[in-house]
Ligand binder design. Structure first.
Ligand code: NAD
Length: 485
């Protein structure tokens, strides 16, 4: 009988078996094949990781930033050399196509590149003679031991939103990856091991809820970065901050795009289809509502319906496949029940992706692209995060009506506008209540040197991931007032 590989934690520079009494299967969502078993690590293993990280911190924070980034330069090269291998691991456990996995890794590597600039980025400021003969300096010091808890949909990129900047700033880092997709991170840590990072600087502890609670409650861990669904983000933020930690918690989304009649509607439909159905709709920056203004209705609706129906769905590992499966059978069932809810609430189903399968992969979790038409903005389907390949179409008379809908939504991760008008674009950019704005762009993902700026129910905290916010999040400011008589 074949025994699946049981994954190890990485603590103090060693791969160690967990003492967990519970393991979960890691499953390829396209084929149903069990790839490995992931331990639900107990609190004692979080404690071990935290204690080793705290010991390593004493040396790591004294290591000059110019030396700290040498490990990241090595990591960047290793990631480039191993991109295809990593992409195939992402595809096998997460389902997206290999091209999408490679795209994800490109964004991940950008975060390593940005952290390599830390000797400049973490500089402080100073002013001479704030009073006679007195100088004032602001230094940035690392926070200490920090941790990140990450979701399933970007197994390679989201951990690297945090890890490179955290360690470049002089912190020691603990990662609890998604239990659904831990294999990418295992490979990432194998590559990190090859950089020669000192033991204790980065640690990997597998698990789910109980492991997260142990991280949130641990007195040595000073800062928490979280990415996942809104209810868990809210919970993690409340528990971490109640324990006196700083926290940045990115939550769920339901992103609207506005389509104006003066946009190039064929091109817009292609971009919106890629945004709604790319990665099987499992991107926190997927478009899930199209607010179609006035005369854009006929051409856009026709083009998007055609685009959705034409997409080739299958195993993301195979050549020519444009959209892979959703993450689990439970996820497929949940998305299909939301499509049914949309129908009950009065939407017309223009393209129905439920109840479908892929011939060569009968055990795959496939939901095909789905387009719901004339969705009532007040219905449940219009306000729920579907996190699958389902696009809802709504019709409005003016851009002001559309912006009002954008601003009524509980989430504020992203909002996009498609138009040929500069003044409409400015009006929208100025008034839309969302943190990431796209103008004629369907996935407005900030590059690594800008913060990933979700608002409202999409974010709990103040300093976001990436860019200058990340440097601020991972450093304490210390002001020194100095006189030498
Ligand atoms: P999830 O909330 O189920 O899990 C995220 C992490 O939290 C995982 O590591 C998981 O083990 C842990 N977790 C789950 N339930 C927990 C609980 N009750 N207590 C403590 N920890 C718990 O999210 P997911 O399904 O892995 O990812 C999809 C979600 O992530 C979507 O809602 C998506 O919008 C969101 N997301 C947001 C962003 C963003 O930048 N805002 C980016 C990517 C994904």
């Amino acid at each position: 009988m074949k025994t699946e590989r049981e994954l190890l934690n990485y603590i103090h520079g060693q791969w160690r078996p967990s003492s967990a009494d519970q393991y979960l299967n890691v499953t390829n969502p396209a084929t149903g094949q069990i790839l490995a078993r992931v331990p639900l690590s107990p609190a004692a293993e979080v404690d071990e990781a935290a204690r080793h990280a705290a010991a390593a911190f004493e040396v790591w924070r004294r290591t000059p930033p110019t030396e700290r980034v040498q490990y990241l330069f090595r990591l960047k090269n290793l990631l480039e050399e191993n991109s295809l291998d990593l992409a195939r691991i992402i595809t096998s456990e997460c389902g997206k196509t290999v091209a999408e996995s490679l795209g994800e890794l490109r964004r991940a590597i950008e975060n390593v590149e940005m952290a390599c600039g830390i000797p400049s980025l973490m500089q402080g400021t100073n002013v001479e003679d704030v009073a006679g003969g007195i100088d004032e300096h602001l230094f940035r010091q690392p926070v200490g031991v920090v941790a990140a808890i990450t979701p399933f949909n970007f197994p390679g990129m989201v951990p690297l939103w945090f890890l490179p900047c955290a360690i470049a700033c002089g912190n020691c880092f603990i990662l609890k990856p998604s239990e659904k997709v831990p294999l990418t991170v295992v490979r990432l840590f194998e590559l990190m091991e090859q950089t020669g990072l000192p033991p204790g600087v980065v640690q990997l502890v597998h698990g789910e809820k109980e492991t997260v609670n142990a991280i949130l409650d641990h007195p040595v861990i000073r800062a928490i970065s979280f990415v996942g669904s809104t209810p868990v983000a809210r919970y993690v933020y409340a528990r971490a901050t109640a324990a006196g930690k700083r926290a940045q918690c990115q939550g769920g989304a339901r992103n609207p795009v506005i389509v104006m009649p003066d946009a190039d509607l064929d091109v817009t439909a292609k971009i919106v289809a890629e945004s709604a159905f790319g990665c099987a709709g499992q991107r926190c920056l997927a478009s899930s509502t199209a607010l179609i203004v006035g005369e854009a209705r006929r051409s856009f609706t026709e083009a998007i319906t055609h685009g959705a129906a034409a997409l080739r769905v299958g195993n993301g590992m195979e050549e020519g496949v444009q959209m892979g499966p959703v993450i689990t059978a439970q996820s497929k069932a949940r998305i299909e029940s939301l499509i049914a809810l949309g129908r009950q609430e009065g939407a017309r189903v223009l393209v129905d992706g439920s109840g479908k399968s892929v011939e060569r992969h009968p055990n795959g979790c496939f939901v095909f692209p789905t387009v719901l038409d004339s969705v009532d903005p007040r219905s449940e389907i219009a306000r729920t995060e579907v996190f699958g390949p389902v696009l809802s179409l709504m019709y409005v008379a003016t851009i002001d009506d559309a912006i009002a809908e954008v601003n009524r939504a509980p989430y504020g991760n992203m909002a996009c506008l498609f138009t040929g008008s500069g003044s409409a674009a400015r009006n929208f950019r100025y008034r839309a209540n969302a943190g990431n704005i796209g103008i004629n762009v369907g996935v407005a993902a900030p590059m690594a040197f800008f913060p990933f700026s979700g608002w409202k129910e999409s974010f709990f905290g103040d300093l976001h991931a990436q860019g200058r916010h990340a440097v601020e999040f991972y450093t304490e400011t210390k002001v020194v007032v100095e006189r030498w008589p």
